[in-house]
Each structure stands twice: as C-alpha cells, then as structure tokens.
Write a protein that binds this ligand. Structure first.
Ligand SMILES: C[S@@+](CC[C@H](N)C(=O)[O-])C[C@H]1O[C@@H](n2cnc3c(N)ncnc32)[C@H](O)[C@@H]1O
Length: 313
C-alpha cells in the first residue's frame, strides 16, 4: 500500500468519528507510524509502506474508530505552541484552556508574581507553560492523581522546566503551606449526571479529571474555601469553569474573597470560561496601562512630541 492509498483508506475509515477532520487525522496517524513529519507525506505519495507499518496503521485506525482520543494514539498534544506528552492518565488539553492561561500570564507579567500554584495540573500544561513563559516564577504543580503527576513530571523534564516546578500529590491545597501570588485551577466541572452523555472519546479520559460532582462545582466549592489562607493579599486566583457556571462561581468568589475583584471572562467562542479573582485596583491599573499604551501609539502615529495620555501627561 502506498502513502496516498493509506491516506485515502484512513480518511474513509475515520469519517464517521472524525467528520471533516478525517483526512487530517489519517495523515497525523500515518506520519506517526512512519516517524516522519506530516509534510513528508505530501512529498512522497508513492512511497510503499512495509507490512509492519501497514499493520500498525490499521491498528491505530481501529483504535481511533473505537473511540480512542487521537491525542492518546499520537501520544502528544500541542498547547500554547509546545508539544506535551499525554496518555490515558490525563485529560487531553483543550484549546479553550488557553483563555485561562492567557489571563494568568497577563497577571504574572504585570505584577511580577513569583509564587504560583497550579491545582489539578494533569499533564502540567498550565503550570509548566507559565514557568517557561515567565522564567522568574516558581510553580507548584498539584494533583490528587499520582498517575497524572508522573505525566506532568515527564513534560516538565522534556520541556526544560524541571528546575522551576515542584510536583506534589495533594487533595486540592491540603499539602500547601504559606501564601502564593497566583493560584490557577482547571478542576473537573462536569455534573455527574452529564457524564454518561459525553461523547465516547471524552468518556475514555480519566473520570477523576472530568466529574465535578452533583452540580459540577463540588471541587470548586471546596477550593474556594481553602484559598483565603493560601493567597497573598495582592495575589489572584484564575480558574476554568463550565459555560453555565459563571453566576454560581462569582457568588463563591465574592463570599470567600470579598476584598478581591471577581469577574467572568469569555473564551474565544464567547462563552463564559474563566473566573478571574484579582486584588483590589489591579483591574483598574490594567485598563489604565492599556489606555496609556493606545495613546502612546496614537501619539506616534500623529508624530506628536508628547504623550496624549492624561495619566502620563
Ligand atoms: C480537568 S483536568 C485538568 C488538567 C490540566 N490542568 C488541563 O488543564 O488540561 C483536572 C485535574 O484535576 C485533578 N483532580 C481531581 N480532583 C482533585 C483534587 N481533589 N485535588 C487535586 N487535583 C484533583 C485530576 O486528577 C485532573 O488531573
């Protein structure tokens, strides 16, 4: 069988499970089998697969058609431009989680936050990315699952973050002492009753990474109660939530952190996705800095010798 034939066969086979992504998935699986970059397949459509490679490709197609997530079959998933190892011990990183990461990065960069905690770290995508993007931070990666921590440890080592992260097995914040500048969390938030209706490939992911209890908020309710003694007065909490949980989580934030400013941020699809609980004044300072920057740009466009910004004038 040639590369072109394998892709055609794979696309037809994957169509029911992968829809419009069937051809892309077939290419990704074939590239993984051949140990080549995906682009190589375009250059060598007539290359003949060995019998072993053909058998391996067919095994992967069968597993994918049976509902195995593509990321588990490939063993990796991209997040914020980096390739993270993933397998059945951890949640497959989701693109919408980049909204949480970007909110957290904006806070770290603007405040110079140093002590960071990532609760429910899974594969480590959030804490490891922050450690790599902001080299001055020290990050504690917490997870109740020893299996998940093993994956996070491997990712920290492969991506060169091992010296700046500490991995700790912990039920929420139980193992922590002291106060932190930033707590980020992507904890399970799917209501238990919704679990059986999830797509088959999502049900292959660890239940402990998905099931958020009766209304999806059991872990967040406990987390918010544990946060006040662990957060510095100028610290912030950012967490990913379900798109219909904004009002309930805002109420939790205002109850447990009444001196902070709480708001819900949308993801790229415009859905409520992140609860941001920031110290008093930070939000206003951010808007002022943004306004100031826009005025500077405008002044440069007008070739004005002085800034037009009222805050800088
Ligand atoms: C939704 S996954 C998020 C994984 C990763 N942070 C991400 O964004 O892809 C939730 C993670 O929380 C962990 N978890 C569940 N219950 C926990 C608890 N009580 N304490 C700490 N971690 C918990 C799970 O093991 C899982 O790795």
């Amino acid at each position: 069988m040639t590369v072109a034939e394998a892709i055609r066969q794979g696309e037809a086979c994957l169509r029911p499970i992968a829809g419009d992504d069937a051809r892309l998935e077939a290419r990704l699986l074939l590239a993984a089998v051949l140990g080549r970059p995906r682009e190589w397949l375009y250059l060598y459509p007539a290359f003949s697969l060995s019998p072993a490679a053909t058998a391996q490709f067919h095994r992967l197609l069968a597993a994918r058609c049976a509902g195995e997530p593509l990321a588990y079959l490939l063993g990796t998933r991209e997040f914020y431009g980096r390739s993270f190892r993933v397998d059945a011990r951890v949640l497959v990183p989701r693109p919408e989680t980049e909204s949480l990461l970007e909110a957290a990065l904006a806070f770290v960069r603007s405040t110079g936050a140093v002590r960071v905690v990532d609760v429910g770290t899974g594969s480590g995508i959030l804490g490891i990315t922050i450690a790599l993007e902001c080299p001055w931070v020290r990050v504690v990666l917490l997870d109740v699952s020893a299996d998940a921590l093993a994956v996070a440890r491997e990712n920290a080592q492969r991506l060169g973050a091992a010296s700046r992260v500490q991995l700790v097995q912990s039920d929420l914040l139980a193992a922590l002492s002291g106060r932190y500048d930033l707590i980020i969390a992507n904890l399970p938030y799917i209501p238990t009753a919704a679990m059986p209706g999830l797509p088959p490939e999502v049900r292959r992911e660890p239940r402990i990474a998905l099931d958020g209890g009766p209304d999806g908020l059991a872990l967040y309710r406990r987390l918010f109660a544990e946060v006040p003694p662990r957060l510095s007065p100028t610290g912030a909490l950012f967490a990913e939530i379900g798109s219909d949980q904004g009002t309930a989580v805002l109420a939790l934030a205002r109850h447990w952190l009444p001196n902070h400013h709480a708001r819900v941020l949308p993801d790229l699809a415009g859905l409520d996705r992140v609860i941001a609980v920031t110290p008093p004044g930070w939000q206003a300072e951010q808007s002022r800095a943004r306004q100031c920057h826009e005025m500077e740009v405008h002044a440069r466009e007008l070739d004005s010798p002085t800034s037009l910004c009222v805050h800088c004038a």
